[in-house]
Design a protein. Structure first.
Lengths: 86, 436
């Protein structure tokens, strides 16, 4: 696997985990809207990074480590915020 | 639309129900508001970016016109949607907006009133706004978007001049999956940002509108109309001066709308469009200043002198910075091998001419204010010799400043070699040394 393929695999895994958390939220109960928004944001941000890697790979352009690291850091922070959101 | 009831008696209660009882209701309302704000902000940024990089030039004039109409429709979305929750904030601000329509010429005001207020009364008004917001404006926007996409397919994207000159021959990207995935990625990033902002700043519903509560409240429009609100609060535009203020705003919109027919030069590079870029920068700066000023002075009438000082000062400052930057960049451009010639003498000439132009623009701005003041005084107070004399002097001063500014702009253009139609009168004293 190339480094980009490994990154995409991790991002897809993260999207699956985040989607699972979204699925577990009880939409008919008194669920925190904030928690829902944060996990959805994680899903969307992970998709953004996946699209970034995919398009750059396909167009033969180098992906920026700074963007990937910043995106990954943002995703980690959001995951923790989502897990501990009141 | 499943829960909202567009009637004065039920609008607020149904909105409150969505907030408090519908699952994810408050979240949806919040994200609806912030994405609407983002839509207006991004539309404005898109327009200004187009203005600066000259996307309005041939063959894309119609795309600019359609885009401008889409911008007006977007503002229409904001105006009509603001009323729907029927809160004291939204109803009071909308009433002020509708009140301004009466200051327009009779035919126009009666047509607009018929369109948005109907036979009169709160019930009709709210229903019309609701219909416009959820049916008419989306349909109009869809038609305009289709037309613009069709024109985009025909003419292609207006790339920056540098990019188009470096474009590789025959390099195109397929719409699917390449462009689609790229756009979906951007959309996901935008959606993610909106979700997080909604979490950080959840919306709170203001109190319900009642005439008693509205009497205690200072009406203020939403942020995207604050600059107009601030112009209307300037002392000379109070009362009888309202039509003049509205005419000025209308002229600004009209000038932006007709930009492809005003800015007709072939130059698309920002470096070669000092005049229009400076005007654009002044416009953005004035809008920001007026918006912030409107925000911090709700309901306060602004004295004409203060308004002139702030607005003319902003214009002068921005013009000075912009023209100074142009002089500097043109100087560097020569040394950096760009297609802009420069020498020390030339830079000095540009700086002197630019400085003179800034002074003329500044005095011209004050003359505009003084002429307006004189006109309004004459209209309100009737004929008097002093007022008439002051108006004549202001107009003469304005004319001199206008001619002076045109003279210096012409000489700047002459220096850069981009003058198309020669005006011998403006070349008095021009020697070949100046052209070096």
């Amino acid at each position: 696997m190339t480094p980009n393929e490994k990154i995409v695999a991790l991002l897809l895994l993260l999207q699956a985990v985040s989607a699972f958390f979204l699925w577990t939220l009880d939409a008919l109960g008194a669920v925190s809207e904030g928690k829902f928004a944060v996990f959805l944001a994680v899903d969307l941000l992970a998709f953004t990074l996946t699209a970034y890697v995919y398009t750059h790979e396909k167009w033969g352009e180098a992906t920026s480590r700074v963007w990937i690291l910043a995106g990954s850091l943002g995703l980690m922070i959001l995951l923790f915020v989502g897990l501990y959101f009141p | 639309m499943l829960y909202y009831v567009p009637s004065p008696a039920a609008a607020f209660q149904s909105t409150k129900y969505i907030f408090q009882s519908v699952y994810y209701g408050r979240f949806l309302e919040t994200i609806h508001l912030y994405t609407a704000y983002a839509m207006i902000m991004l539309a404005f940024m898109h327009m200004m970016r187009g203005y600066f990089v000259s996307v309005h030039k041939k063959p894309r004039e119609m795309m600019w016109l359609v885009g401008m109409i889409m911008g007006f429709v977007t503002l229409g979305f904001g105006f009509t949607g603001y009323l729907l929750p029927w809160t004291v904030v939204s109803k009071s601000a909308t009433d002020v907006g509708i009140g301004m329509i009466d200051a327009l010429p009779a035919q126009i005001s009666s047509f607009i009133s018929f369109l948005i207020v109907g036979a009169g009364g709160d019930a009709t008004e709210l229903l019309r706004f609701y219909d416009l917001h959820v049916v008419v404006l989306p349909a109009v926007l869809l038609v305009l978007l289709t037309a613009k996409m069709f024109m985009l397919e025909t003419h292609g994207i207006a790339e920056p001049p540098a990019a188009s000159s470096q474009k590789e021959d025959g390099m195109t990207l397929p719409i699917f999956p390449d462009v689609t995935v790229y756009l979906l990625g951007l959309a996901a990033m935008f959606g993610s940002a909106m979700l997080l902002i909604s979490v950080i700043l959840p919306l709170n519903l203001p109190p319900e509108y009642t005439p008693q509560l509205a009497a205690q409240y200072t009406p203020q429009p939403d942020w995207y109309f604050l600059w107009i609100y601030q112009i209307l609060k300037i002392q000379i535009f109070e009362g009888g001066g309202l039509p003049i203020a509205l005419s000025l705003v209308a002229i600004l919109f009209l000038a932006l709308f007709l930009l492809p027919f005003i800015d007709r030069g072939n130059q698309r590079r920002i470096l070669n469009r000092a005049k229009f870029v400076t005007i654009g920068l002044i416009l953005v700066a004035e809008l920001l200043v007026l918006t912030y000023w409107g925000l911090i002075t709700p309901g306060q009438v602004i004295s004409t002198e203060n308004a002139l000082l702030v607005l003319a000062g902003t214009a002068v400052l921005v013009a000075a910075v912009s023209l100074g930057a142009y002089s500097f960049l043109r100087g560097r451009g020569k040394r950096g091998g760009l297609a802009i010639s420069s020498t020390a003498k030339r830079t000095s000439f540009m700086l002197r001419t630019g400085a003179a132009l800034v002074v003329f623009i500044a005095v011209g701005s004050l003359s505009i204010g003084s002429s307006l003041n004189g006109s309004v005084s004459l209209i309100l107070n009737g004929e008097n010799q002093f007022g008439f004399l002051r108006l004549v002097l202001s107009l003469i001063s304005l004319g001199i400043m206008f001619l002076g500014a045109a003279f210096f702009i012409y000489r700047l253009e002459l220096r850069s070699g981009s003058v198309k139609r020669r005006i011998p009168f403006f070349e008095v004293g021009w020697t070949t040394n100046d052209a070096q």
